[in-house]
Design a protein around this ligand. Structure first.
Ligand SMILES: Cc1cc2nc3c(=O)[nH]c(=O)nc-3n(C[C@H](O)[C@H](O)[C@H](O)COP(=O)(O)O)c2cc1C
Length: 174
């Protein structure tokens, strides 16, 4: 089967997973911004990966826009965030991003990275502001992503690991 991996990545972690997945599967890999639907529709398997920003999966609009053309294909989504893996949190992200007819698309999770230094000014300011808001809450009430953000603090963290791709490979080989 012919497959393609589309990705949208701001700080490189989703790109890294897309490239690892390409090595594992032999599928082509391309940034969503450069992808043309006329080319994408020639593939049997379409995997879309995007970083998570304020619970939204980057690049998911491509799938929404072209779902009618792609709905008969094998579609897979993976998202990359700073939170540790949590099934319930992933279900919430999937429900928010893959609505209606897109809800049958399997959604996988890979843990990314966190580096305040590397972020652009807007993202860094937003994360620092968010941290101040979270700090006012009881730690026991933190959402899983909030807990990760507080634990990371100003440290640079990289949780990327090929193991996160295993469920996707398993799904493809099912
Ligand atoms: C402004 C901002 C918002 C973020 N929101 C979330 C979030 O809601 N959930 C999460 O798990 N990670 C969140 N992250 C962390 C990113 O998803 C993480 O750094 C990921 O590795 C980014 O992937 P990319 O480098 O491919 O864009 C956020 C990061 C930034 C800068």
């Amino acid at each position: 089967m012919k497959g393609i991996i589309l990705f949208q990545s701001k700080y490189g972690t989703t790109k890294k997973y897309a490239e690892w997945l390409s090595e594992e599967t032999g599928f082509s890999v391309i940034e969503i911004k450069k992808a043309k639907i006329e080319d994408v529709k020639e593939y049997d398997v379409i995997i879309l990966g995007g970083g998570i920003y304020a619970s939204g999966i980057a690049g998911i609009s491509f799938l929404k826009k072209y779902f009618d053309i792609l709905k008969e294909k094998i579609l897979i989504v993976f998202c990359v965030g700073a939170s540790p893996f949590n099934e319930e949190a992933l279900r919430t992200i999937a429900a928010k991003n893959l609505k209606n007819e897109l809800s049958r698309i399997p959604c996988f999770y890979c843990r990314g990275a966190w580096n305040l230094e590397e972020m652009n000014v807007i993202d860094r300011t937003m994360c620092k502001m968010l941290r101040k808001v979270i700090a006012k809450k009881e730690p026991s009430e933190y959402e899983i992503w909030e807990k990760a953000l507080m634990a990371a603090g100003d440290r640079s963290c990289d949780w990327t690991d090929k193991e996160y791709l295993e469920p996707i490979i398993k799904y493809l080989n099912r």
